[in-house]
Structure formats: C-alpha cells, structure tokens
Design a protein around this ligand. Structure first.
Ligand code: HEC
Ligand code: HEC
Length: 316
C-alpha cells in the first residue's frame, strides 16, 4: 500500500516535471514554411548553444555535437562516417542540423520523434559521446558557469536536451538564390544553367524532394530505397527504416555538406547526379522511380548548378 502511494506520487511528480510549453509559430526566411515550436527564451537558447559546442558532453572531453555537426561544413561532417570518442566510427554520415526543426522525424531512419529525443542519442551512444547521464549531470553541477547558465532550473537530462533543441530550432536557413527565384519573384537570381537544372529537377526529382508553391523543404518526409548501400553481391548493408529505405534528405545547403547519402559514399554533387542518371544500384526493394535517365551533358551540369543554388543564409 505504502509503495502504491509512493509510486502514485512519483508518477504525478513526473507528470509535473515536464509542463506543456506554450507553442509559438515563427516565420522563417524566404522559402521556409512557418514553423510551430515550443517557446524558449534567449537564455535557454544561449545555454543550448554552449552545450552544443562543449566537448565536456562526451566521456573523454573531446567530442562536442559540433565536432560532427561543424558550422564550417554546413553543420554536417566532411568525413563519410563520423568519429566519436577514441576515434570510434559509426556507419552513417552526419546530416546537417540546419532546418532540422522542420523534420517530422529525426535520423536517416526516422527513429527519433523530436529534437529533444534525438539529442539524448549521441550523448550516451558508445560510438559517439559515450557519456553516462549521471556522470555528465555531476560534471555540469560542479561547474559554476553551467549552474548559472541553467538559470535556477535543476540540471537534468531533460533540461539539457530541451536547451539543445531550443538552440537547434534557431538554426534555420533559407533565402537561397533558388528561393529568390522561386518565391521572391527575382528571375535574375538563377543562371541559365541552373534554370535548365530546375526544369530537369521538376521532371525527375520533385516527387521526393518536393517544392511547394510558397515554400519548399525539398523533402516529402518519407523513406525510400534509392539503392545506396548495396554490396557487390546485391545485398543491403544497412536496412535503414526497413528494406533499405532512408528519409529523403532536404537538399537545402547541400553544396556545403559533402559527402552525400546515409553512408557518405558519394563525394560530390556531380557524382550524385551521375548516380541518378545511372539508375541506382539494383536491389529487390529499389524505388520504381529510380531508373536510368537520358540526360544530356548540359542537363547534368544544370542539375549540379541548381543544387548549388540551394545554399541559404547561415544563421548567426
Ligand atoms: C560522433 C559524431 C556525432 C556527434 C558527436 C553528434 N552527432 Fe548528431 N548525428 C551524427 C550522425 C552520424 C547522425 C546520423 C545517424 C543516423 O541517422 O543513424 C546524426 C544525426 C543527428 C540529427 C538528425 C538530423 C536529421 O536530419 O535527421 C540531429 C538533429 C543531430 N544529430 C544532433 C546532434 C546533437 C544535438 C548532438 C550533441 C548532443 C550530436 N548530434 C552529436 C553524428 C554525430
Ligand atoms: C524516390 C525518391 C527520390 C527521388 C526520385 C530522388 N531522390 Fe534524391 N534522395 C532520396 C533519398 C531517400 C535519399 C537518401 C538515400 C540514402 O542515403 O540512402 C536521397 C539523397 C539525395 C542527395 C544527397 C543528399 C545528402 O544530404 O546526402 C541528393 C543531392 C539528391 N538526393 C538529389 C536528387 C536529385 C538531383 C534527384 C533527381 C535526379 C533525386 N535526388 C531524386 C530520394 C529521392
């Protein structure tokens, strides 16, 4: 009986510890749709930024979120697969966190439903930051600057991931040359070459990398098998969400975030275009839309030029 009451109290307590935040909608830059998000103050965003760049979050004190999501590389990793503590290697390429606030699910396979849930992953992942939450909390509680930065809020994993997510929600990037052309009425924003590329893109790419009428995220938020990660005998090396399907990545800022695909196997945008022209690697689950494309040299170059026009303004 005593235990039952205690349990009930604990449950009520947990319910209260995570009060529902007010939701606010921000209007993004040109080309970005309005974004609804939990409200966060400037102090919490600043704390999140400090945490994002702090290697203290890892067990050996050497790996920060920003080590693999490097602002100098469009908040992605120039290595095909990332290295965590002690140089341990994962098997996937780190995607950009720019505009990640828009994704309905996080990770290539969509296994995290929110940025908050996502942030817990790398901190404890053995191949990434390999930290035990209890030890990390003790480390932060012993640090006067963090005690102050948490602003009176108790230092918990909950508070930590909420701050990181609040910072990530400020990493929005729009107003690219393509946005000015498509949504800003500026017909001089794209070169002739890129305009040809846009035409080809509308024919062969938008069914997955969607472009809206008033804004575009260049993704359908869905998962597809386009034949990446197929070994010499035609077997899938990573099943992704299932059957070798991975989330359609947004192509915003793509020229900043080489190499490409979930395994970082394609080094340049030219290689990506050639990959699609070749019809992908055959495997039992290949999406029917991935088939050889008859594109001229000018059309291929145009596609690359269009992809290069998707670099947006970098957040401060
Ligand atoms: C050792 C390298 C490494 C570190 C450190 C790291 N990440 Fe990542 N991150 C990755 C990789 C690799 C993926 C993709 C993994 C997958 O999809 O299975 C990823 C995925 C993500 C995504 C999903 C983006 C999307 O488009 O789905 C977000 C958001 C993210 N990381 C934020 C963070 C935050 C916040 C931290 C720090 C708490 C962090 N990462 C630390 C390598 C890293
Ligand atoms: C059937 C849906 C689909 C179509 C059609 C499609 N893509 Fe993709 N695209 C994807 C998926 C899914 C991935 C990630 C695949 C993976 O990593 O396994 C991807 C990845 C990419 C990437 C790499 C992005 C990154 O951050 O690594 C680029 C660039 C790209 N596509 C451009 C194009 C272009 C150009 C076309 C048209 C010629 C096109 N895509 C057609 C679904 C599609």
């Amino acid at each position: 009986m005593k235990y039952a009451i205690l349990l009930a109290l604990v449950l009520v307590g947990c319910g209260r510890a995570v009060p529902e935040r007010k939701r606010v909608t921000v209007t993004g830059a040109l080309g970005l749709p309005p974004l609804e998000m939990p409200e966060a103050g400037a102090a919490e965003v600043a704390l999140g930024k400090r945490l994002f760049f702090d290697p203290k979050l890892s067990a050996d004190g050497r790996v920060a979120c920003a080590s693999c999501h490097d602002p100098r590389h469009g908040f992605a990793d120039p290595k095909p697969v990332s290295e965590g503590v002690g140089g341990r290697r994962g098997r996937r390429n780190a995607p950009t966190v720019l505009n990640a606030a828009y994704w309905r699910t996080q990770f290539w396979d969509g296994r995290a439903p929110s940025l908050e849930q996502q942030a817990r992953g790398p901190i404890t992942n053995e191949l990434e930051m390999a930290h035990e939450p209890a030890k990390l909390m003790a480390k932060l509680k012993a640090d006067g600057e963090y005690v102050q930065a948490f602003g009176g809020r108790e230092i918990t994993m909950e508070a930590l991931v909420e701050a990181i997510a609040a910072y990530e929600r400020t990493l929005l990037s729009g107003n690219s040359a393509a946005d000015r052309y498509l949504y800003g009425g500026d017909k001089t924003a794209l070169s002739e070459e890129a305009i040809l590329g846009l035409k080809v893109f509308r024919q062969h790419c938008v069914s997955c990398h969607m472009i809206g009428r008033e804004h575009g995220l260049f993704t359908d938020h869905e998962f597809h098998n386009i034949g990446i990660g197929v070994n010499a005998v035609g077997e899938l090396t990573d099943l992704g969400q299932s059957k070798g399907r991975f989330r359609t990545p947004s192509l915003r800022n793509v020229a900043r975030t080489a190499p490409y695909m979930h395994d970082g196997s394609l080094k340049t945008l030219r290689q990506v275009v050639d990959y699609y022209v070749g019809g992908g690697n055959s495997n039992p689950h290949l999406d029917a839309r991935i088939r050889p494309l008859a594109l001229s040299g000018a059309e291929r170059a145009g596609l690359v030029a269009f992809l290069e026009s998707l670099n947006g303004e970098m957040p401060q």
